[in-house]
Design a protein around this ligand. Structure first.
Ligand code: AMP
Ligand code: TRP
Length: 332
């Protein structure tokens, strides 16, 4: 079985964009791949997190992965902070990347360019890719599924892994980023040229997985679409309806072409009403399961078991690195 690894930060409430782009795909991968999925809580610290919210968001995210159908018996699901090797390898790899490389990362550039006059930027966000490189390289994954915005980080990871292998001899597998063509970028329902995000001021264009279902349905019904009424996938000229088609396709597991055929000649109103039902039913299912698994100690047990599975893999790789680079002084 090929190995797959990905991480997600526990920042903010989980949106439909996160669900479609980063949670649901894993459910379909779990039978085909050996999977490592972790909550990137160390990465979340690059921006101030209110401690109480961080705790809640972390639990919610784990619960939502499981509620979405991820099976903790098949997948290694754990907290990044439970496996100390991530931070340790992150340090070594941070010493192997240049300031120039890090400053070319668009995530960092975006954050830096949005700073207010009296704001400063934490060093963590700059060196963020080093920790991410460690997250990946500790586990030798074949594939790293990420959203479009993270592809550049995985490419940097490949460069650093190659650099390490060249300098010290073959140590890390070179991972492939895996960006899905559909659902990699779910757009804001009110402004379909912008990515759906949790920081949207109005919230009208963002659906939250744990929100009231009727509120979510309403948001879908009032999604912005173009003035013609032909249900056709064309992200450039018809971004609104194309976004809704993607959402429909992913949630219902039907192809976009089949949905186009099904709604041929119907207006946007009928389509949106049906989509609101499709999304509503999915949210209802997830929320019911979420309620079941968040009572009792189930989540803590899952995380303990996940960390126990991840640690030996990470330890072995870190030990190898430390021998190669001369940190380990014991003679074998
Ligand atoms: P973020 O919420 O930006 O921390 O992203 C967490 C994960 O969800 C990343 O893998 C993102 O690529 C993915 N993601 C976030 N927003 C969207 C979106 N609108 N469409 C698809 N994937 C998304
Ligand atoms: N940086 C990713 C994000 O913002 C989260 C992440 C951290 C990650 N470490 C990773 C993703 C390792 C894939 C592999 O969403």
């Amino acid at each position: 079985m090929k190995r797959m690894l990905s991480g997600i930060k526990p920042t903010g409430r989980v949106t439909l964009g996160n669900y479609i782009g980063a949670i649901k795909p894993f459910v379909s991968y779990q039978d085909e791949y050996e999977m490592f999925i972790f909550i990137a809580n160390l990465h979340s610290m690059t921006i101030y997190q209110e401690p109480k919210e961080l705790r809640q968001n972390t639990r919610d995210l784990i619960a939502l992965y499981i509620a979405a159908g991820l099976d903790p018996d098949k997948v290694t699901l754990f907290l990044q902070s439970d496996v100390y090797e991530h931070a340790q390898l992150g340090w070594y790899l941070g010493c192997m990347v240049s300031m120039g490389e890090l400053s070319r990362m668009t995530q960092y550039k975006d954050k830096a360019s949005k700073l207010g006059k009296d704001e400063s930027i934490g060093a963590g966000i700059f060196n963020y890719p080093s920790l991410m490189n460690a997250d990946i390289l500790l586990y030798d994954p074949d594939y790293v599924p990420v959203g479009e915005d993270q592809k550049q980080h995985v490419e940097l990871c490949r460069d650093i892994a190659e650099r390490f292998n060249k300098r010290y001899s073959e140590t890390f597998k070179i991972p492939e980023p895996l960006v899905s063509k559909v659902g990699g970028r779910i757009m804001d329902l009110q402004n379909p040229t912008k990515k759906m995000s949790k920081s949207e001021e109005t919230n009208k264009g963002t659906i939250y997985i744990l929100d009231d279902i009727n509120v979510s349905k309403k948001k879908i019904k009032s999604a912005v679409t173009d003035s013609d009424s032909h249900i056709h996938y064309d992200p450039i000229n018809k971004p609104g309806i194309s976004n809704l088609l993607e959402i429909y396709s992913i949630i219902s597991n039907k192809s976009i072409e089949d949905i186009e055929k099904q709604y041929d000649g119907c207006g946007y109103g009928v389509f949106k009403t049906d989509l609101a039902e499709v999304v509503g039913a999915e949210l209802e299912r997830i929320q019911a399961r979420y309620k079941e698994i968040t009572t009792g100690s189930y989540l803590d047990d899952v995380l303990a078991a996940g960390a126990a599975k991840a640690r030996p893999v990470a330890r072995k790789k870190l030990a190898k690195v430390e021998r190669k680079i001369g940190i380990t002084i014991k003679k074998r």
